[in-house]
Design a protein around this ligand. Structure first.
Ligand code: F6P
Length: 321
């Protein structure tokens, strides 16, 4: 049997360890692994080749993805999906493992409705915003990149009378922001999921600043779209000279952590095992309560990820008000 792996959407650390495990494990199971380069775009353009062990030597410690990724507009068009299917047929590929987020899973779901192809998705995005799974590949590495940046920002922050505002990624999800706030001791965290209760902490922070507090750390999720507003508030109402750092794409890079390498291992073995034993697979591997399970794609893409309550509760615990 021929199985292929591809990446789609935003890259994330952990993709390379997953690709390596895929190639090694598919060979171990006596089957043929293929690599699809450049995501869905590459599937349309036939950038597909049978993998060798040599292709994946020395990649396990690298961030990014050696087979690259893309966001494809052409894949929305049936004619391009047909072209992609014909390419897979040419190589004899009947099953796919896709590393991506829910946009990519939606695209593959449509593809498998159009044509006779099985796929299993591995949730891979630093945003940790996919329904059904407690963990998406790449999140731990991204959090460690953010932790490192915040530790450094704190060094300079504590040396001046200033407020520091750090914007983190996450698309519409506040996961990265809330966890980063919890592990950095930030005084303020703003996420899209909850209104920012500015009045609640303004009075307290003002008093503290008057009494000698010499810096404030505020973390804003990009999806909250309040970076400018919170900046002005810190400057004008709290009265601290304020600096803004938008961490940006450094959050998507870096050597995958131990945790991401281990998760890549288990996500991939689970996906391959399923594809080799089932002919019904439009599923996503999800991680729940320490276990890897398969969830129907319709359930994954038909629902919206929500932050667990204990994270929302933690927002109130960041400050003492
Ligand atoms: O989904 C991953 C992510 O890094 C988001 O956190 C961010 O909003 C987006 O991708 C950035 O996309 P791009 O790489 O296209 O700028």
């Amino acid at each position: 049997m021929a199985l292929a792996i591809m990446c789609s959407g935003g890259d994330a650390p952990g993709m390379n360890p997953a690709i390596k495990k895929f190639v090694d494990y598919v060979y171990k199971r006596g089957e043929r692994p293929y690599l699809i380069y450049d995501g869905l775009e590459g599937m349309i353009d036939n950038k597909i080749k049978q993998a060798t062990h040599r292709d994946v030597v020395g990649i396990i410690h690298n961030g990014g993805t050696i087979i690259r990724s893309s966001r494809s507009k052409r894949f929305f068009d049936y004619d391009f999906r047909l072209k992609a299917y014909e390419n897979l047929q040419m190589h004899g590929i009947t099953a796919l493992v896709i590393l991506g987020g829910d946009g990519s899973f939606r695209a593959l779901n449509q593809f498998s409705k159009d044509f006779d192809i099985n796929f299993v998705g591995i949730p891979t995005t630093i945003d940790n915003d996919i329904y059904g799974t407690e963990y998406c590949l790449g999140v731990d590495t991204a959090l460690n990149v953010i932790r490192d940046a915040l530790d450094k920002i704190r060094d300079t922050a504590s040396s001046f009378n200033r407020a520091f505002l750090v914007e983190v990624m996450g698309r519409d999800c506040g996961y990265l922001a809330i966890v980063s706030s919890m592990i950095s001791g930030a005084e303020i965290c703003v996420i899209p999921e909850k209104p920012f209760e500015r009045e609640r902490i303004e009075e307290k922070l003002k008093k503290e600043v008057a009494a000698g507090r010499n810096y404030i750390l505020a973390i804003i999720a990009e999806g909250a779209k309040q970076t400018n507003e919170v900046y002005q508030w810190l400057q004008d109402s709290i009265g601290l000279d304020t600096r803004v750092s938008i961490l940006g794409h450094i959050q998507r890079g870096g050597n995958p952590t131990v945790y991401d390498r281990m998760m890549a291992f288990d996500f991939t073995v689970t996906a391959v095992d399923h594809l080799l034993t089932h002919n019904d697979s439009n599923k996503v591997v999800v991680f729940q309560k320490g276990d890897f399970k398969l969830m129907e794609i319709e359930e994954v893409v038909g629902n919206r990820y929500t932050l667990p309550q204990h994270f929302l509760d933690a927002l109130h615990l960041l400050d003492q008000s």
